[in-house]
Structure formats: structure tokens, C-alpha cells
Design a binder for this molecule. Structure first.
Ligand code: 5AD
Ligand code: SF4
Length: 471
């Protein structure tokens, strides 16, 4: 097992993507989990949430039942994230808790996801965390039944990572967490190689699923009564570019998905570089494509964007932003921003603040730069002190929050369409999301769960809205 270097990772091509079909759990493995309970703990992004739905279904196919909590579980799998150092720390914190439980009673512990693809993590596990039973990578989920069998039989640590990156595995069983909203992968991996980002190394090169497989999955979801799907990929709008002579891009896919008649379509994440005018026209044309776009900018400074390898400038981002706003009525646009990237001067940071002032994002996810081993940025000097990074983050968040509240205030006394998808954290209320992806709490009977209803907004906060049903 070896994490590839930047050059090796870039060189790998996936022209010969191998599609594995007809996944099956061998009959001899179907009783391994009889009378045992499992828990999958998911860290990080939607991609991991989606993978965990596969892992749960595989485990149930092997006879395991879902545990209520850690104390109730015979098997715990941590599906990990590697994007920033604090994601690592959370996982190692949880491993400490699991070790403690395992000192008192039998417990199988597995680790998968992006951390499992990092050579330094696996080395550390082999040396220092001998109580872990198995580790499998993001490309090896379909191997789980055999990995589990081997590690139960041998009572030794089983590691299966990076073995074959080029595969796309169709037909892995899935246990969806939500009855009304579903994740649909359209691609795996990423070819962008932003200099700070570990994803191209942990998830591999971009591999798009075939359109027929995606449409088929969506059509089945419609038949099962799903109301909303989110098309998932690290870089959804580069869909199809990795398949030679494909002649079918993300905009074509959006159209075909819209024609399935599913009530709501979302997609994450879009890269500004691959955002086309056709996409804007398609979103405008189909009512069931939601007017919500997550468009990470990362920085407002051209110098920093260049160092980050983002392939666009502040000016081209702003022009794309304007074009989206001008063409798609009531569209909401959210973003990701990193502060404290190497060499980010006060002036560079001010460029980010002024871009935020110009865009007035509906919401932004903000992060302190975290060097990741193996990425080009980790070789740059991390020369911004933590206190400056924290100060910048605070300043940025204050500005972002101001605009989030302002964008919510525009909805006061307006009617919005909400897919009610469950109980709210607020007592006696249900909650759901507007077509622009804003969280709404509504006083309504539980029969409304799973329905798309019109709601009048009667109160607004920074991150949520309160509404009442229109009779
Ligand atoms: N440090 C901080 N933030 C990062 N992100 C990705 N890599 C890093 C890193 N090394 C952020 C980016 C990306 C989001 C998912 O996480 O903003 O869009
Ligand atoms: Fe990472 Fe996104 Fe850049 Fe890909 S496009 S390298 S996932 S930040």
C-alpha cells in the first residue's frame, strides 16, 4: 500500500475504467453477523454519507443489525475524513474511546474512508493502534464481506487499500438514511489537484458513472417515492470529461435527470472552471432543478487563487457569479473559503472580504488552511500564525453571517416551497428545506413529513427560517 506522489497521481489515467456489476455477498458470509450489532460513524462530506449507506447495507446483508449506540455495538466502523487536521483528530479521539470499550469486552473495530488512503495514517495504525481489526480504502468498499471474514478468521489486522483505483462498482446494496431525499453519485475522484487538497490522492482520479446507470438509479428512486435527489461528485460539472469521446456533459445529464420527473434535483459540488452557459440555461429551463448552487471560491485574491491552483481569477469568478444571478431567478449561491493559505497577506485577505461584500453569499463554509501531507501546498511555508488565521476567520465569519441573515430577511412574509423531511430540533415542529436550500422550521402535524408544501415565512434567523403552513 502506498499513497501516490503528486506526479504519480496525475499520471494515472482512468481511460480503462472497469465497471464491476452484480455485486453479491457469498452465501457462506451471510451469517457472519448473526446476533451481532453494528454501528457506522461517518465523518466529513456527503460522499462519505453515501458510502456509509452502502457499508450499512452490506453489513445487514451479512446478518448484522443496526446498534442504537456504541455501548450496544459488536462492530464499529469509522468512515473517516482527511480534509483537515481537525477531522483526523476527531477520529483519533473516537479511536481512544473505542480502545477503552474494547479493554472491557469484545469489539470489532474497522476504519475506512479517506484517512484509510493515507500512508502515514495506516503506518501509525499498524504501529500504535493494534486494537483496530481492519482498514479498507475508498475503492474497496465492495470487498468488505471478505475483509471481515478474513479478519475474524485470522484475528489479525487486515488492510486493503489502494488496490485498484480504476474500478466503478455498480449494484452495491444501499440502505438509504432518508425516505424522501437521496444521494446519487455521478462520479468518483477528482482531477483538479488544487494545491491544498488531499482528495485527488484519497479518492483518486475522476471516474464518471455511465449516464444509463445514473438515470436508471434516479428512475427507480422516483418509483420508490423519493422527492429529492442530490447528484454527488467532487466536481460534478466536470462530469463525463474523463470518458473518451463521450460527447455528453453535465448539462446533458441534468436535462435527462430532470426528464425522469423527480420533484427536486440538487447537485454538489461545482467547480467555477467547469461551469458552462449551457448549465445555466438548463437550470433555468427545468423547474425541478433547484435554484441553488454551491460554488466554492476559496479566496478573493488572484495571487492566492494562483497558488491554490484554482484555474480561475477573481474577475472570472465574479463574472460567472453575475451571469448565474442574472439568469436564474431567485437563485441562492453558497461558497467555501479558506483563510490563512501560505503567503496570504492582509491585502489578499481584504480581497476575500471585498469579494464576499460583492457576492453577498447566502451562506459560506469557512476554513482555516490546514497543511495536508503529500499535497503541493504542504511544501510551501505555512507562514501565517494561528492567531492571525483565527482573527481572519472571525472577521470573515462576521461578514458572512451578516449576509446570510440579510438573504434570509428577504424571505420574511414570503411564501416558499418546502420539502418537509422530518422532525425539527425545535420541539413540536417539523423541518425541511426550501428550493434554495434554506432550513425552515414549521409547526405542522407529522402527516406532512415527505410532502412539498407552501409555507409562509414568519421569522428569520441567521441559519434558519420559521414558517407557518398556508391553509
Ligand atoms: N485546508 C483547509 N480547508 C480545506 N478544504 C479542502 N482542503 C483544505 C485544507 N487543506 C476546504 C475547501 C473545500 C472544502 C470541502 O474544504 O474549501 O472546498
Ligand atoms: Fe479538492 Fe475540490 Fe479542488 Fe478537487 S476541486 S482538488 S476536491 S478542492
Amino acid at each position: 500500500m502506498e499513497t501516490p506522489s503528486l506526479n504519480e497521481a496525475k499520471k494515472r489515467t482512468c481511460n480503462k475504467v472497469n465497471i464491476i456489476r452484480n455485486f453479491k455477498i457469498d452465501d457462506s458470509l451471510k451469517n457472519i453477523g448473526k446476533n451481532k450489532k453494528y454501528l457506522v460513524k461517518t465523518y466529513g462530506c456527503q460522499m462519505n454519507e453515501r458510502d456509509s449507506e452502502n457499508i450499512s447495507a452490506i453489513l445487514e446483508g451479512m446478518g448484522f443489525k443496526k446498534a442504537i449506540d456504541l455501548n450496544d455495538a459488536d462492530l464499529v466502523i469509522l468512515n473517516t475524513c482527511a480534509i483537515r487536521e481537525n477531522a483526523h483528530n476527531k477520529v483519533f479521539g473516537m479511536l481512544g474511546r473505542l480502545k477503552h470499550i474494547k479493554q472491557k469486552r469484545p469489539l470489532l473495530i474497522g476504519l475506512c474512508g479517506c484517512m484509510a488512503q493515507e500512508e502515514i495514517v495506516v503506518e501509525e495504525i499498524i504501529k500504535k493502534h493494534k486494537y483496530i481489526n481492519f482498514v479498507f480504502g475508498t475503492h474497496n468498499i465492495h470487498k468488505l464481506p471478505n475483509i471481515l471474514k478474513k479478519c475474524i478468521d485470522s484475528n489479525k489486522l487486515e488492510v486493503e487499500v489502494w488496490s485498484k483505483e480504476g474500478d466503478i462498482v455498480e449494484d452495491i446494496p444501499i440502505k438509504r438514511e432518508n425516505k424522501y431525499k437521496a444521494w446519487v453519485n455521478i462520479m468518483y475522484g477528482c482531477d483538479k489537484f488544487c494545491t491544498y487538497c488531499i482528495v485527488p490522492y484519497t479518492r483518486g482520479k475522476q471516474r464518471s458513472r455511465l449516464k444509463e446507470d445514473i438515470i436508471n438509479e434516479v428512475e427507480n428512486l422516483v418509483k420508490e417515492g423519493y422527492k429529492e435527489i442530490t447528484l454527488l461528485g467532487q466536481n460534478v460539472n466536470a462530469y463525463g470529461k474523463d470518458i473518451e469521446n463521450y460527447n455528453y456533459d453535465f448539462s446533458s445529464l441534468l436535462k435527462d435527470v430532470a426528464k425522469t420527473g423527480i420533484s427536486r434535483i440538487r447537485f454538489v459540488t461545482s467547480h467555477p472552471w467547469d461551469f458552462t452557459t449551457q448549465m445555466i440555461n438548463t437550470i433555468k429551463e427545468y423547474n425541478n432543478i433547484m435554484p441553488y448552487i454551491h460554488l466554492p471560491v476559496q479566496s478573493g485574491s488572484n495571487k492566492i487563487l494562483k497558488l491554490m491552483g484554482r484555474k480561475y481569477t477573481r474577475e472570472s469568478y465574479l463574472s460567472l457569479f453575475k451571469s448565474i444571478k442574472d439568469n436564474i431567478p431567485n437563485v441562492s449561491i453558497t461558497t467555501d473559503i479558506i483563510v490563512g493559505f501560505p503567503n496570504e497577506s492582509e491585502e489578499d485577505f481584504n480581497d476575500t472580504l471585498s469579494l464576499v461584500q460583492e457576492c453577498k453569499f447566502d451562506l459560506a463554509y469557512t476554513f482555516i488552511y490546514s497543511p495536508r501531507v503529500g499535497t503541493p501546498a504542504s511544501k510551501m511555508v505555512d507562514n501565517i500564525s494561528l492567531s492571525v488565521k483565527e482573527e481572519r476567520l472571525q472577521k470573515l465569519n462576521d461578514l458572512i453571517n451578516k449576509y446570510s441573515k440579510l438573504s434570509n430577511e428577504k424571505l420574511l412574509n414570503k411564501t416558499v416551497s418546502v420539502l418537509i423531511d422530518g422532525y425539527s430540533d425545535k420541539e413540536g415542529m417539523l423541518s425541511g428545506y426550501t428550493d434554495t436550500n434554506k432550513l425552515v422550521n414549521v409547526k405542522a402535524p407529522k402527516e406532512y413529513i415527505g410532502k412539498i408544501i407552501d409555507v409562509k415565512i414568519i421569522d428569520v434567523k441567521t441559519w434558519s427560517l420559521t414558517g407557518e403552513i398556508i391553509k
